[in-house]
Design a protein around this ligand. Structure first.
Ligand SMILES: Nc1nc2c(c(=O)[nH]1)N=C([C@H](O)[C@@H](O)CO)CN2
Length: 122
């Protein structure tokens, strides 16, 4: 399967399980690999047949920026679900980093792969 990639997408959000984390925003960084057949877009040189990484990135910045989950696992799951439901992406490999969480670590995070199955053509 071809991929569309979004790497190092940075967004500030309320995230964390501790009381002191509920009143601040923290930096999150996402790497996303999206299963997508790139051949139709390439064949016709047509953005409407492509998975538009710009439109998808803007939607994720809005969604995550307004979110207030505790665990990064929950945010990763809900972000993958949104990508599938709103952009008809059948499979998503999503890595979500919370770089400020552990002082002694460069970063920490979670990675999930969700395959929702092929989306029926309309
Ligand atoms: N697997 C996880 N472990 C932890 C999380 C998390 O979201 N997933 N969150 C925290 C705290 O919010 C932490 O980031 C505060 O520094 C601890 N462990």
């Amino acid at each position: 399967m071809d991929k569309v990639l979004i790497k190092g997408l940075e967004v500030e959000a309320v995230i964390g399980v501790y009381d002191w984390e509920r009143g601040i925003t923290q930096k999150l960084v996402l790497d996303i690999e999206l299963d997508w057949d790139n051949r139709p877009a390439a064949r016709h040189d047509d953005l409407s047949l492509a998975l538009d990484y710009d439109r998808l990135s803007q939607r994720l910045l809005a969604f995550i920026g307004a979110s207030q989950y505790g665990l990064i696992e929950t945010l990763a799951e809900e972000t993958a679900r949104l990508i599938h439901e709103e952009f008809a992406v059948p499979g998503v490999l999503l890595t979500l980093y919370k770089p400020g969480a552990v002082k002694a670590a460069q970063t920490v995070g979670v990675q999930i792969y969700r395959n929702y199955g092929q989306v029926e053509a309309q």
